[in-house]
Design a protein around this ligand. Structure first.
Ligand code: NAI
Length: 710
């Protein structure tokens, strides 16, 4: 047996008639130039060796190969030959059969490498797919040309436009792999065994590039049209899914070599796109949010084993479900048996609905319900390590709960409030332990929404923040640390956005115009449809409560009032800003009349408002408020504000978040537009100081973030 030294990025050894080429480039066996050149050289060695009859490609560590090396992006190393996409062809050209030994995540370029091989053996637990579309790009190393030839046009198209990976068993069913071996098996030995079988039965190299497509051009064309129509709904405004579609569709009309060459062009255009930069930004922004200045990654955390939730209403129930879904038992506390019964009943109904849709098994539902123990009386919180309060949104009620918790909770317990509008410091102040108090602002429905604003009070201890951030990850949430202010980060930015939506209808637009523009921008729903879904009675109640304290210049449209007095509370009552036919919103002439009357009453001559103006007024009001929040130090970084909007409010991920979007528009352009609005409508539009400062310096929020962490 021949061998090379263990420190090299690609190793070579021989096991009888089989040569084994091992990628050894931790942490993920990315295809750096050394790896590419190493594989190419060793292929030649194996092919020239008369004693070698077959070749296995395998990876050390946790997977076969993690694809292209991201450290080489935008560097000349990427162009060093063989380039990634050429390597797959070199492997395929081997006249001795090549078997890929697949284990661990084998995605993107990793799978493309395996598709360049002639056969594939996978270990249980492997994850196999082409998820490039989720980063705004297109598989660029033959994936769009080989996968359809291997598993069929429709299936490959689906996998590539959705980016959804499959497990080893599914990969076998689809024909992506030829054999699956047990999770305990030695994958390299299994691939060698498979290679020997091929040699014995005389199957030679099986090159995917030489295979035909399983559908004729007409059938293929119908499938393309069908998928395009689906994407036009689900991926409106995006480019990458359509680029993937185009490249896969080329297999219907082009020979492999032409489709492969065209794939490179399509892929390069995608790599250079704003969409791809935005998606990559979103990915890193999420990771970054978990890092808190002053808290080392290995900071000691407080143990959280017993969790109590106070209040079994809408939010308390949803929060309890989040914990139960993640396998964590919770005690759910109410003031009386009837309220508790209602609360538990709602949770049960919620799970039952999921079960009835076939998305939860009866056993799993029972297991989750069993993790939620309902109790009457706050004494049950005495032994909890973490208490989350979700009672009525009234300062007196919350302070009473916290006084009581202060008296009975164990030393070191974390006391959290789910308040959405009240001052966390004022709640903490009634306790003798404000360092243990913070806000955990979950979003509704709490069992579904992934955002958690972790509200740091004036005195909140660092280990309390660190513990809750860690916990948020454990229950499947994305935690973002924010400071205490009205509305925290998300709702504070939402207020001026909604205010603009109201002003726009007073000035000449209709709800359906504003919603259409915002939905075309990429939000799943515009502001009026969102309000109808959330329930207008909720915002009405908040408005009424705040009416007395609102500054005089913060005029709010009375339209909400006028709609609500008619009992139109939104989708749940069949009418709100729209009329509802089932779930579909239909513009309502009665609302149009109400809006026109309001304009008349204000002496406004209604005008045609362009889509550009609607978009700029809604989105730039978000950006400006986000900049003020950063200026006031209420979010750690601009990318955190983006994460809040991506996870809590459905900001289109492929635009990266409001602050990154501002960077892409160009901050001086944003400021110039805001200046124009300021001239027209006054002080509310004054560009935030930080925004102007960055614009004048020709800088970006991204650079501002980087300078802070440097
Ligand atoms: P809710 O009215 O549905 O539920 C409150 C529950 O607390 C009721 O079941 C009530 O019986 C119970 N409760 C009241 N006093 C109690 C006490 N002393 N001990 C134990 N239980 C008590 O209210 P919801 O909507 O669940 O809101 C709860 C909190 O979450 C509020 O602070 C709210 O601002 C906040 N929030 C609400 C969101 C929403 O969309 N509904 C979103 C984010 C935060």
């Amino acid at each position: 047996m021949a061998g090379t030294s263990a420190g090299e990025p690609v190793l070579y050894r021989q096991d009888g008639r089989v040569a084994i080429i091992t990628i050894n480039n931790p942490p993920v066996n990315a295809l750096s130039k050394q790896v590419r050149m190493g594989i190419a050289d060793l292929l030649v060695l194996a092919c020239d060796d008369r004693l070698v009859r077959a070749i296995v490609i395998h990876g050390t560590g946790r997977n076969l190969c993690g694809g292209a090396d991201i450290r080489e992006f935008n560097t000349p190393d990427r162009q060093i030959r063989p380039m990634t996409r050429e390597l797959m062809n070199l492997i395929e050209a081997s006249d001795k059969p090549v078997v890929a030994a697949i284990h661990g995540p084998t995605l993107g370029g990793g799978l493309e490498l395996a598709l360049g091989c002639h056969y594939r053996v996978a270990k249980e637990g492997a994850q196999i797919g082409l998820p490039e579309v989720n980063r705004g790009v297109v598989p660029g190393a033959g994936g769009t040309q080989r996968l359809p030839r291997l598993i069929g046009f429709r299936r490959a198209l689906d996998m590539i436009v959705t980016g959804e990976p499959v497990d080893a068993a599914r990969a076998l069913e689809y024909g992506i792999v030829d054999r699956v071996v047990h999770a305990d098996a030695d994958i390299c030995a299994a691939a060698v065994g498979f290679a020997l079988e091929i040699l014995d039965d005389g199957s030679g190299p099986r090159r995917i590039s030489g295979m035909g497509i399983d559908v004729d051009a007409a059938t293929g064309g119908e499938i393309v049209a069908e998928v395009r129509a689906r994407l036009e709904k689900s991926a409106r405004g995006m480019q990458a899914p359509f680029r993937c579609l185009e490249s896969v569709a080329n297999t219907l009309t082009m020979p492999f070599a032409d489709g492969w060459a065209r794939e490179a062009e399509i892929s390069q255009a995608a790599v250079a796109s704003v969409e791809s930069r935005s998606l990559v930004h979103a990915f890193f922004a999420e990771r970054q949010a978990a890092k808190i200045p002053g808290i080392p990654a290995d900071a000691p955390l407080r143990p959280v084993e017993r969790v109590a939730i106070v209040g079994a209403g809408t939010m308390g129930g949803g929060i309890a479900m989040s914990f139960a879904n993640a396998g964590q038992a919770v005690t759910l506390i109410e003031t009386d048996a009837a309220a508790l019964e209602r609360g538990i009943g709602r949770i049960e109904a919620n799970y039952a609905a999921t079960r009835n849709r076939g998305r939860l098994s009866a056993e799993e539902m029972d297991a989750r319900m069993a993790r939620i123990t309902g109790v009457v009386g706050l004494d049950a919180a005495a032994d909890a390590d973490l208490v989350i309060e979700a009672v009525f949104e009234e300062m007196d009620v919350k302070q009473a709960v916290f006084r009581e918790l202060d008296r009975l909770a164990r030393d070191g317990a974390i006391l959290a409030t789910n308040t959405s509008t009240l001052d966390v410091d004022a709640i903490a102040a009634v306790t003798e332990r404000p360092g243990d108090v913070l806000g955990t602002h979950f979003f509704s429905p709490a069992n579904v929404m992934t955002l958690l604003e972790v509200v740091r009070g004036r005195e909140t201890a660092l280990d309390v923040i660190a513990t809750v951030m860690d916990l948020s990850r454990r229950i499947g949430k994305t935690g973002v640390v924010v400071g205490v202010c009205d509305g925290f980060v998300g709702n504070r930015m939402l207020a001026p956005y909604f205010r603009q939506a109201d002003f726009l209808v007073e000035e000449g637009a209709f709800p359906e115009d504003v919603d259409r523009v915002i939905e075309e921008f990429g939000f799943r729903m515009g502001p009026f449809r969102v309000s109808d879904l959330a329930g207008l009675d909720i915002s009405w109640a908040i408005e009424k409560r705040r009416a007395g304290t609102r500054p005089a210049d913060e005029r709010f449209s009375p339209l909400l009032d006028r709609i609500c007095v008619q009992g139109r509370y939104g989708q749940k009552t069949g009418a709100g800003w729209y009329r509802y036919e089932g779930r579909s919103a239909v513009p309502d002439p009665e609302i149009a009349a109400l809006i026109r009357a309001r304009s008349d009453e204000m002496g406004i001559a209604r005008r045609n408002i362009s889509d550009d103006e609607i978009r700029a007024r809604c989105i730039y009001s978000l950006i400006n408020e986000g900049a003020r929040i950063l200026e006031e130090g209420l979010a750690i970084r601009a990318s955190d504000v983006d994460v809040v909007w991506l996870h809590g409010y459905g900001f289109p991920r492929w635009r990266g978040g409001p602050m990154f979007y501002a960077d892409m528009v160009g901050l001086s352009e944003v400021v110039a537009t805001l200046d124009g609005f300021h001239d027209a409508w006054g002080d509310k539009w004054e560009p935030a100081g930080l925004l102007r400062e960055l614009a004048e310096a020709g800088s970006t929020f991204k650079k501002w973030d980087a300078a802070k962490t440097a």
